[in-house]
Structures are given as C-alpha cells and as structure tokens.
Design a binder for this molecule. Structure first.
Ligand SMILES: Nc1ncnc2c1ncn2[C@@H]1O[C@H](COP(=O)(O)OP(=O)(O)O)[C@@H](O)[C@H]1O
Ligand SMILES: [Mg+2]
Length: 316
C-alpha cells in the first residue's frame, strides 16, 4: 500500500457468532480509495454479516472496523456518516417517484430543501435515472429500483460505498447498468465494498477479491493472484481419433506443454497459456496424422479457485 492510496476501510479480526453458528471467523481486509473490493462466497458464507458490521449496524463479538482510521461502532455516528450502505432490501415508497424517494431521504439526513434538490438531481444522473425520475417507483423495474437504492446510499457523499448483492435477481441488462454505475463510482475515487456469489461479477468488477467460505476469508487478491494459487495452468482437452498413445507422445514433445494425460477418448494437456500454445499443439498433431475432432480450452477462473480452496462449487 502506497501513501497515495490511503486505506479508507480497515477491518481487523472481525468475529460474529449467532447461537451455535460462527457466521464470521477472524476476517481482516482493507480497501483503498478508488478500489473495488469484492467479497465472493456462496449463500450463508457470512457476507451480509461482515458488511453489517462494517456499516455499524451489527456489533462484532471481536475485532475492529476503521474508516479512515476512525473506529466504527453501533453507537457512533461520525464515521458512519462516511459510509453509504446499500442493503439488499431497502424501503422504497412505491407511490412516490424516484426523485421524491431520494428527496425524502435527503431531507431526513438534514439537507435543506435547496441542497436536497441539487444533490438529488446529481445522484439521479449518477445512477442513470434522470429520465425516469418523475415516474412512481412502483413502475420501476427491479434493476431501476436497485439503482434507486444505490442513489440513496450516495446522497450524503460517502467515501465508502457498501453494496450487498446489488444485482441479485435482476435481469442481465440491468445488471450491466448497475455494474457500469459502480465502476464509474470507483473511478470517481469512492472505495467500494461489494458482495456477490457470482464469480463473473467479481472478476469483471473487483480490483481485489476476498473469497469467503463458512465465515472465513480463505484467500484474497487480484484475479491473477488468486488464479496463481492454482499454479496458473490452463487446460486443453482434445478429442482425437485413432491411437491415443501415439497422440500422447506427440503432444508431450510440444515445448509449451507441461503435462499430458489420456482421458477417455482424448487427451488433457496442462499448459501455461492455452491460447498461445494451442496452434503449436494442433500443428504438431496434424504433422503426425493425429486427427483432432474437438478442442476445449479451460482457463482457471475464480470458480476454479473456489473449488480448489474449499472443495465445493460456488453455486451448489
Ligand atoms: N440474525 C441471525 N441469527 C442467526 N443466524 C444468522 C443471523 N444472520 C445470519 N445468520 C447465519 O450466519 C451465517 C452467515 O449468514 P450471512 O451473513 O447472511 O451469509 P451470506 O450473506 O454470505 O449469505 C448463516 O449460517 C446464517 O444462517
Ligand atoms: Mg447475504
């Protein structure tokens, strides 16, 4: 961490038990300004419990949450004012318009009528709802309602935005709009804490990912770093006709191939970079008259990382 990117959020040793369930078990991580950090894990992993403690609405059994070095607790208000918290379910008044909903919350936060109007107009633009601002929220799609939620979290100009699975249950197009919003907010310098059980989202959106399983942070890093835990190996699966042993011998001699195994009626090759070495593999086989019927490339992703670390699929 350099001095130009001070930590906005620092969590240290967070723990939380509910009766006999250890929901969060010694979780520590930091987020810098402009950084998007994703907590990735299956349902029940402890994501909501972690961010409820970050947002200061749930008291940890142990550990600290610091926002710009100031401790957050369920009893303090000052550091919490720096956090925009967007829970999964939020009260939107269906018979108020988007603008009226936001204005209501802005006024609750103590903004004057004029300041609220100005801030609401700005936030509507940020979340892409200006065109529909004066429609009643009951006519909004699920995705638009989620963006209205995000808008509510932005009204008081937080430095940290905390989002709990903001794309759960919305259609793919709205999902993309929400992700674009979040990316732009990060570009504007906000620190973002994002939870998801979708590994594609974590890969696309997050600078760093914390993999959560059964309350524990089992690994953390950029996608590259996490994938490197697996030794950064891509897999090429080839279906071949004829003598498998011969094909195996040929494939083994291609310099970029790290390992070869016969699998069913084909070969499985371990390589560093599948796309780069595939042409060499295919031409070597062609030269030796090995007919390849199908090729499948499998690059390790966060799903693979999760499986590797926990022995379970992310969505199971
Ligand atoms: N208020 C609560 N009382 C009892 N158990 C809870 C409570 N909230 C969460 N849990 C349990 O804690 C674990 C983590 O839940 P949660 O943080 O909601 O996970 P996630 O958000 O990753 O789906 C689960 O086993 C869940 O059943
Ligand atoms: Mg949750």
């Amino acid at each position: 961490m350099t001095t130009d990117t001070p930590e906005v959020l620092s969590c240290k040793g967070l723990r939380k038990r509910f009766d006999d369930v250890t929901a969060v078990d010694d979780v520590s991580f930091t987020i810098a300004a402009g950084e998007t950090y994703g907590l990735l894990g299956p349902n029940g992993a402890g994501k909501t419990t972690i961010i409820s403690m970050v947002a200061g609405i749930l008291r940890p059994d142990a550990g600290d949450v610091l926002v710009e070095g100031v401790p957050v607790s369920t009893r303090t208000t000052e550091p919490k004012g720096r956090i925009g918290y967007v829970p999964q379910e939020l009260a939107v008044y269906p018979d108020l318009t988007g603008r009226e909903n936001l204005t209501f919350f802005a006024r609750l936060q103590g903004l004057s009528r004029v300041a609220a109007a100005r801030r609401v107009a700005h936030v509507l633009g940020v979340v892409g709802l200006t065109d529909r601002a004066d429609d009643r929220a009951e006519h909004y799609s699920g995705g638009m309602r989620r963006r209205l939620h995000i808008g509510m979290g932005l009204l008081h100009e937080p430095i940290l935005l905390v989002l709990d699975e903001p794309t759960a249950g919305v259609d793919p197009q709205s999902r993309n709009a929400i992700m674009d919003n979040i990316r732009e907010l990060a570009h504007s310098g906000l620190a973002i804490l994002y939870t998801t059980h979708y590994m594609e989202e974590a890969e696309r959106l997050c600078d760093r990912v914390g993999v959560i399983d059964a309350g524990r942070l089992v690994a953390e890093g950029t996608r590259r770093e996490l994938v490197a835990l697996l030794g950064e190996r891509d897999r090429i699966s080839l279906s071949v006709d004829g003598d498998l042993g011969h094909a195996e011998d040929v494939a083994r001699l291609v310099p970029a191939v790290l390992g070869v195994a016969a699998r069913g009626r084909g070969l499985e090759l371990l390589v560093h970079d599948a796309r780069q070495c595939l042409p060499a593999v295919l031409s070597a086989l062609a030269e030796e008259d090995v007919r390849v019927r199908a090729v499948e490339v499998d690059e390790p992703n966060l799903e693979t990382v999760f499986l590797h670390l926990t022995g379970r699929a992310l969505r199971g």
